[in-house]
Each structure stands twice: as structure tokens, then as C-alpha cells.
Design a protein around this ligand. Structure first.
Ligand code: MN
Ligand code: MN
Length: 464
């Protein structure tokens, strides 16, 4: 009988030539974004620039001017260049609820320790402290780049990017040669490279005239000549060590993308484009792009911060609708797609997923009714009625979607920012795309999936 089975189809087969060119154009824009923006600060700064070009105004300036805004107004809030929230005011009152997209901008990486620089056997090195869930053995024997800021006592903040221009040097972490690796090779994979082994090699030329640590002295002189910084300035720095190089097409048919930081910039970037694309909505639309998800959504720039709620209160005030009760109603009546990446079925590692409830490359945007581990622990589970509403929006807008769980039962699991927004009583579902090699220095996604995800976000913002 027609229509009684659900078949999850490969979307590539249904694309027209016009669709294909749009899929590849979007992939090129996304690749450029993740190649140029490898830290949360870089992401926020470049998004603010694009948002302002699209007519978005800084909420702080509007508050300072005592301005009021009406429907169609575009407003953004930037929390310390790490978290960004964008609003497009709808025709309906805000307490009818906001259609909200959310994702995170931070990615696993190696941060510098507060006293990073030392010398050992006339080599200068940086000590690092890894950020987020990394398999440490994946970070050795790779060209690495340094991205971030150094804040000086006089208030100046210096931006640093080393290792991305083809004429730049790169840095890295050496691995042990196979010839002497008998003991290392007998260790467990998780112990073969320890956290304290992740030291970045910086240089080997001694500075003439120095008494001790001459190579370290030479690196300090180089940093001082180039950036005007001294060793103590590194205490107030946020320098992130990330894979050097650009995102690229992956596969002979160019159907995939390999790049750093796709968890979760693949969802953040699609959410951002969708937010900008939808203008003059009926219900207010918003996109929240947060920091610190990889370490538990904590801290002032994480999703658990009051920054989001405070910003919604400010927006209510800007449109002349603020009251404490209306703030609560606005949050409770909102609907959210909380976007993050999910494990894609990988023929190299088939046993970790349950194949009837796994996400596959080419089968579209993924909805996870729940995440969590061991009996859905720690999960936000979306309401059945909300899932049904989303199915209708996807069907009406011809969007290819699939569902998945994060892995086989009792194996592990993971969480996202979904449960935090669900605390307000709003409808939230986890949504995103499948990834291969998630959290590795180079992660892989499908161009068809990311294109369907962007379309899904636009349809959600307009129709939810
Ligand atoms: Mn993530
Ligand atoms: Mn992650």
C-alpha cells in the first residue's frame, strides 16, 4: 500500500541540476567560514560583521539611546565576542513565543596553560591544557596553528593568527618514532599520549648574549618584536592551538567536506544564515550561538549563563512589552531547534551504532527526539506533539530528514544545550547533521545534509 511505510531516502538521487548547484554553492560558503573562523571569538566577530551588513543593530547601542523598535527590527547581542544572539522582531507579540535556533561555537582544541613557555634541551615549547573531549593521540604529528588574543595590562587586546597563511610557519607536537615505540604501542590507546605530552614545539635558535634558556629567550624576543608582548602577558591570553589549514572537499565526487571545528560550526553557520534570510516574520525569530558547550555549557558565555534570559528581557523592553510575567510567557511559549552534530554511521566502525536508529550521510537533517546515556539519562526528550508538528513543516517544505540515537545502548552517549532551554518549559528538540570522525582534528560532513539542514532551519523559523 502507498504511503504506509517510512523510507529514509538518499537525497542526492532526488536533486535536480539547479539543486546541485545550490548545494555546492552553500558548501563553498560554509567551507570558507570554517576555514577563516577557528575560535568562538573569530566566529562571533565575523558573524557580527555580516549581521550588521544585513541590518542588525547592537542591542547595547539601542539601550543606550533609549530607542524603541517594532516588528521587522533586527537586533543582536554580543557577549564578550564569545556568545551571539540575533533577533528579528515579528508582528505577533513576543509572549506568543519565539522561534529559536541554537547551536554552539566552541570546538575541541588545545589551550595554552597560564605559564606556557619553557625550554628543554635547547628547544622552546608551549605547555597546553586540552579543551573538551579529545582523543589525545590524534593531535600529534600534525601541522598546528595558533589563534587567539593576548590582553595587555594597558587594555590593548592583540589578535594573533599564526599558521594559516601559506607563508606562515606552523607548530606541532612530535610523536614517538615507531622504532622506539615498543612500550608506547603496548599501552591502551587512551594512555599512549598523555595530557602532559601535548607540548607544542616553537623553536630551536638560541638568542645571542643570553645567559640561560637562550632559545626561550629568542622566542620571547620574536613575540615582543612581532606583537609587543612580554612573557607575563601570556597569563592574560586566550591562545588556542588548532589544526592548520583550510576545510576542503572530501571524496572523489566532492560530496563531503573535511574541516576543523564542524562540531558545531556546521549547525551554527546554517542557523546564522537562516536567521539572516528570514525577514519580517510573524513570530519573532532568534538564533543563540553559545560558547563552552564542549565543557558543560558552564561559565558566563555558556548556555547556562543568565545572558540569554537577560537579553530576551531587554528585547521585550525594546519593543515596549516587558513585564516579568511576559518574559516567562515568552520563554515558555517558544519553540526551539537545538542543533548539534550526531554520530554518522561509519562502515569502518559499524558496531557502535544500532543501524535502524542511526544517522547516515546523504539522508538529510537529523532529529534526535532524545540524547543522553544509560536509559536517556541527562536528556531533553522532545514531546511527541512537537515532533509531529516538525514532521509536518518538513513535509510541507520538501525537506529530507532522518532520525537517530547517539549510539548503541549502554556504550556511551552525549548531551547538548537542549535540556537547558527546556527548563523554561519551551518545546525543544535536538537536531543537526551526521559527522564522521567527530571531535577529531579534521571532521567530515555531507554537503547534502548540511544543505537540507539550512532549508529546515528556514522552514522552522517561518512556520513553527
Ligand atoms: Mn557539539
Ligand atoms: Mn562536541
Amino acid at each position: 500500500m502507498e504511503g504506509i511505510r517510512k523510507e529514509y531516502k538518499n537525497v542526492w538521487s532526488s536533486y535536480t541540476e539547479e539543486d546541485m548547484s545550490q548545494v555546492f554553492e552553500y558548501a563553498d560558503r560554509y567551507k570558507a567560514f570554517i576555514s577563516d573562523n577557528k575560535t568562538e571569538r573569530e566566529c562571533v566577530r565575523s558573524m557580527v560583521k555580516k549581521a550588521e551588513e544585513a541590518g542588525y543593530r547592537n542591542i547595547e547601542a539601542l539601550i543606550k539611546d533609549g530607542a524603541k523598535v517594532g516588528s521587522g527590527a533586527k537586533v543582536y547581542a554580543n557577549y564578550k565576542d564569545k556568545t551571539l544572539i540575533l533577533f528579528c522582531i515579528g508582528e505577533a507579540p513576543l509572549d506568543a513565543g519565539i522561534n529559536l535556533l541554537g547551536a554552539h561555537l566552541d570546538s575541541p582544541r588545545l589551550d595554552l596553560k597560564p605559564n606556557p613557555l619553557y625550554e628543554d634541551t635547547e628547544l622552546a615549547l608551549f605547555k597546553t591544557h586540552y579543551y573538551g573531549g579529545v582523543k589525545k593521540y590524534q593531535w600529534v604529528a600534525l601541522p598546528l596553528a595558533i589563534h587567539g588574543v593576548v590582553a595587555k595590562k594597558d587594555g590593548e587586546v592583540i589578535n594573533i593568527t599564526i599558521g594559516e597563511d601559506e607563508n606562515d610557519p606552523v607548530v606541532g607536537i612530535s610523536d614517538l618514532l615507531i622504532h622506539l615505540a615498543k612500550e608506547q604501542m603496548e599501552k591502551k590507546l587512551g594512555e599512549a599520549i598523555a595530557g602532559e605530552d601535548l607540548n607544542i614545539c616553537l623553536g630551536s635558535i638560541p638568542l645571542k648574549g643570553e645567559e640561560k634558556d637562550k632559545v626561550k629567550g629568542n622566542i620571547l624576543k620574536w613575540l615582543n618584536d612581532k606583537y609587543g608582548i612580554v612573557e607575563e602577558d601570556l597569563v592574560s591570553s586566550e591562545l588556542e592551538i588548532v589544526p592548520a589549514g583550510k576545510a576542503r572537499d572530501y571524496g572523489l565526487d566532492r560530496s563531503m567536506i573535511i574541516g576543523y571545528g564542524q562540531d558545531d560550526r556546521v549547525c551554527s553557520y546554517a542557523s546564522f544564515e537562516a536567521q539572516l534570510e528570514v525577514t519580517h516574520p510573524i513570530k519573532t525569530t532568534a538564533t543563540v550561538l553559545v560558547d563552552k558547550e564542549e565543557i558543560g555549557s558552564v561559565g558566563a558565555s555558556g548556555m547556562q549563563s543568565k545572558f540569554f534570559e537577560n537579553t530576551v528581557a531587554e528585547v521585550l523592553n525594546l519593543v515596549g512589552q516587558y513585564s516579568s510575567l511576559k518574559l516567562r510567557r515568552t520563554l515558555a511559549n517558544s519553540k526551539m531547534l537545538s542543533s548539534d552534530v550526531t554520530a554518522g554511521y561509519d562502515p569502518n566502525h559499524p558496531t557502535v551504532l544500532e543501524k535502524y536508529n542511526a544517522a547516515y550521510f546523504g539522508k538529510g537533517v537529523v532529529f534526535n527526539k532524545y540524547t543522553g546515556s544509560r536509559g536517556k539519562s541527562g536528556s531533553n526528550e522532545a514531546n511527541a506533539e512537537y515532533v509531529a508538528e516538525l514532521r509536518k513543516i518538513m513535509a510541507d517544505n520538501e525537506i529530507t530528514w532522518q532520525t537517530s540515537e547517539l549510539g548503541r545502548l549502554d556504550l556511551g552517549g552525549g548531551g547538548t544545550i537542549a535540556y537547558i532551554l527546556a527548563n523554561y518549559g519551551m518545546d525543544v528538540i535536538d537536531c543537526g547533521v551526521a559527522v564522521h570522525s567527530m571531535h577529531a582534528p579534521w571532521e567530515i560532513t555531507s554537503k547534502a545534509d548540511i544543505y537540507e539542514m539550512r532549508k529546515a532551519y528556514i522552514a522552522f523559523l517561518i512556520n513553527a
